[in-house]
Design a protein around this ligand. Sequence first.
Ligand SMILES: *[C@@H]1O[C@H](CO)[C@@H](O)[C@H](O)[C@H]1NC(C)=O
Length: 210
Amino acid sequence: MEVLEGTKSCHISIFLCSALLLLGVLGPIPAHGRLQIKQKPNPDNAVATARWLVSQNLWGVLSTISSELGGVPFGCRNVVSFSDGLPGEGHGIPYFYLTALDPTARDALKNMSSSLTLSEVPLGSCGKIDPENPTCAKLTLNGKLKLVDVKTPEGKFALSALFAKHAEMKNWPKEHNFQIFKLDIEHIFLIDWFGGPKPLTPYQYFNPGK
Ligand SMILES: *[C@@H]1O[C@H](CO)[C@@H](O)[C@H](O)[C@H]1NC(C)=O
């Protein structure tokens, strides 16, 4: 029963998303910061492929420790928008704009453990290849989802990075108290070719070419 109720609360986010979508439709037409899709890196270059997936994707699936499911690891999964920098200038850290009206942010405020999953599919470069095919790249970043103070230089950077790629965020309701979160990456899971996951440390991810 508890599980069922938890599932229901998690799905409230769907309604919230619909409300936001509607707002987007009714509000000013968002000048969506469509990224120029840069060439896919060579699959041998795991760091470049991971950074490419993060800088080119506009959204992913963010999973948190579900407080509503009694702490089930990654019991709440949600489609979220993110940005790691201005278009074409990815810095690798995913920033999010979340409201505690949604379980994802509520969970993160209770337990920061979380995981962001991205696929190459939305970028269009997988063509007709099945999303599960190893040559269609996929990335899961595990770490801590942390609040970022909007008044700090990092907060200001994150906000401009988010608004540059998600213009309608600027018009999201003030009373929903959207806050900036970032994923502090601790573990990286990348598949971009046959032969299993590529070993890739956060240090390598943030220091390409080292
Ligand atoms: C967060 O959740 C994980 C997985 O359930 C657990 O191992 C960890 O102890 C929790 N951390 C806190 C601060 O509650």
